[in-house]
Design a protein around this ligand. Structure first.
Ligand SMILES: [Zn+2]
Length: 425
């Protein structure tokens, strides 16, 4: 049965190329969320013509949703001929802004040397097209499949996915009994299966001072100097501690197998030179803010991640005259890692080995993606990312995906779906 389906995939080499190109043609740039509706309808029309039930769900009232920029998600489902588990393929339709340095037009899907170039080719319209071709090949060559197949095209992954998979998962679209296994064809390289991601904790630290004339700073109290004291402690103590903390998660690249901290931004004082504007007034800064982007390991706990920041700040309160601060938490995501023995992992592993001739490497993503919502809101652990693109090309100029990889990924997804729905053997 699988061989027949793979033949059907091979027969659709041009179709997967054309679908990838068509999806790239919608400039679904996020922010602000351009062309979501049209892109969702393209997918919906296509899948309805293939026999799917198609529904559109708008992320009403979610961040970024408006009549000008509706957060339109599309979900398609088709039942098999006998009962069995449901396999869901989820891809995000949004892409990041184009940026500079392109030698190809970013929204035309130029084909050259066996590759398709364009914004989203790799991340992840190619993966979405592969999933569509995988299920269409099953419908054509194994119409008596068991269980059910679903495909969704969802919005806003690049900005957290709250109006996309997050919104849908909170409403039960990614939970049992509706869905049993989720495969997200993000570009993690064709020979790797991604089991999950590290955790995230974002916080803002604000230090306070007292405003005074800049010519007599001794009459005030500089919030920037207080912040400097905090950042010195971070530099001297926290960074070495984080680097020494290693995980058993197979995170790629290897540098991300430690805990990490990015000081996302820093703003202090009132002075700001507007483009073409005037000169800042002479004042001592009475406020300084930093935003911390902390990525943590499955061996760590979110409460401790926060507490070690608090401990540094409290030490300064005790040791440094007039040190005052406020810490606010902005955002957090738990780390997640699907068991390597889970059925969805084993099915995809076996399919990769059959298609490319060697078993895949299991990896974990340094940053989060929509799996977090499936895990947290959907309470579904049977979720992985596997897709055709090359991770390093994501978000870059001249992003591309190889047509051979699209075809191979479609074969892997089709074979895994047949196994997981109980259609084979
Ligand atoms: Zn992506």
């Amino acid at each position: 049965m699988t061989t027949r389906v793979w033949q059907a995939v091979d027969d659709r080499r041009d179709a997967v190329t054309e679908l990838t190109r068509a999806l790239i043609g919608y400039p679904t740039i996020n922010p602000p969320g351009e062309a979501y509706q049209a892109c969702a309808e393209h997918l919906g029309d296509r899948l309805r013509a293939s026999g799917f039930d198609v529904q559109y769900v708008r992320g009403d009232g979610q961040v970024g949703d408006s009549d000008r920029y509706p957060r339109t998600n599309v979900i398609a489902r088709i039942e098999g001929k006998r009962p069995g588990p449901t396999v869901h393929f989820n891809g995000h339709t949004d892409v990041v802004p184009v940026g500079r340095g392109w030698s190809y037009p970013p929204f035309e899907g130029v084909v050259a040397d066996g590759r398709i170039y364009g914004r989203g080719a790799c991340d992840m319209k190619g993966g979405l097209a592969s999933a569509v071709i995988a299920v269409e090949s099953i419908l054509a060559a194994a119409p008596d499949f068991a269980g059910a197949l679903e495909i969704s095209g969802t919005v806003d992954e690049e900005s957290g996915g709250y109006a996309g998979v997050g919104y849908l998962a909170r409403q039960g679209w990614f939970s049992r009994p509706r869905v049993d296994h989720v495969i997200i064809p993000e570009p993690l390289n064709p020979d790797r299966v991604c089991l999950g991601h590290r955790g995230v904790w974002w916080g803002q630290v604000e230090t306070f001072g007292r405003i005074a004339h800049g010519s007599m700073p001794f009459l005030g109290d500089s919030a920037i100097r207080h912040m400097t004291a905090f950042l010195e402690l971070v530099e001297r103590e926290l960074y070495p501690a984080l680097e020494a903390r290693r995980t058993d998660m197979p995170v790629v690249p290897e540098g991300a197998q430690s805990s990490t901290l990015n000081i996302n931004s820093i703003h202090g004082g009132q002075g700001e030179i507007e483009p073409g504007g005037g000169f800042p007034s002479a004042c001592v800064a009475d406020s300084c803010r930093v935003i911390l982007d902390r990525r943590y390991l499955i061996e760590e706990h979110e409460a401790d991640v926060k507490q070690e920041i608090v401990d540094l700040l409290e030490r300064l309160v005790a040791e440094r005259p007039n040190f005052a601060y406020e810490l606010s938490e902005l955002f957090s995501v738990q780390p997640t890692m699907t068991d390597a023995d889970a059925p969805v992992v084993r099915a995809v592993d076996a399919a990769v080995e059959r298609v490319i001739g060697r078993p895949p490497r299991h990896v974990v993503s340094p940053g989060t993606y929509d799996q977090k919502h499936v895990y947290r809101f959907g309470q579904l652990e049977q979720c992985i990312a596997y897709g055709p693109g090359i991770l390093d090309l994501a978000h870059q100029p001249d992003e591309w995906v190889a047509i051979d990889d699209l075809v191979n990924a479609a074969k892997v997804m089709a074979a895994a779906a047949l196994t997981l729905t109980g259609s084979t053997g």
